[in-house]
Design a protein around this ligand. Sequence first.
Ligand SMILES: CC(=O)SCCNC(=O)CCNC(=O)[C@H](O)C(C)(C)COP(=O)(O)OP(=O)(O)OC[C@H]1O[C@@H](n2cnc3c(N)ncnc32)[C@H](O)[C@@H]1OP(=O)(O)O
Length: 150
Amino acid sequence: MAEDLLITRMTSDDIDDVVLLDRSIFYDPWARTSFSGSLKKDTCLILRRDGELEGYAIFSSIFDEGELLRIAVNPLSRRKGYATMLMNELSKLGRERNIEHWFLEVRAGNLGAIKLYEKFGFIMMGRRKGYYTAPNGREDAITMHAYRKK
Ligand SMILES: CC(=O)SCCNC(=O)CCNC(=O)[C@H](O)C(C)(C)COP(=O)(O)OP(=O)(O)OC[C@H]1O[C@@H](n2cnc3c(N)ncnc32)[C@H](O)[C@@H]1OP(=O)(O)O
């Protein structure tokens, strides 16, 4: 049977699932209130396979700038192109809103995510020393930028 793979806008009905997945993935998970706040002001997408939450992505935008705030995929479902699907959808929405400059921050040691972003044209812009808490102290943030011509 063909699997049902769907990217939709996140709604308040999805938040329980998103919070659970976020907590299972991140060392510094977002509070529930951060997700409900994002629902009001940002663009929040989810990817479900056969109804199960497999990933989500959130970006904020102002004028011609967009910032990728969060993207994550269920650890059991990685390297199947789900983050790529979410990034493609973000790019499409960004084009519709004339976003030319994309920004993001990522842990310096998160080489998988950095590779994904490079595939989407992001390049390293800077480094914030000790920006994140980490199990054994602090970890630098890499800031990245991508330019998309209108
Ligand atoms: C702004 C922020 O949110 S920063 C935080 C980013 N999120 C996280 O770190 C959460 C934990 N990680 C994840 O959820 C996932 O590993 C993600 C979101 C980084 C990638 O999700 P996936 O669905 O596995 O990515 P996808 O399958 O689309 O991979 C696309 C490409 O990215 C690169 N990539 C993805 N993961 C990895 C990895 N672990 N190692 C090396 N390259 C990787 C590869 O080039 C891959 O293409 P390939 O599989 O053909 O080689």
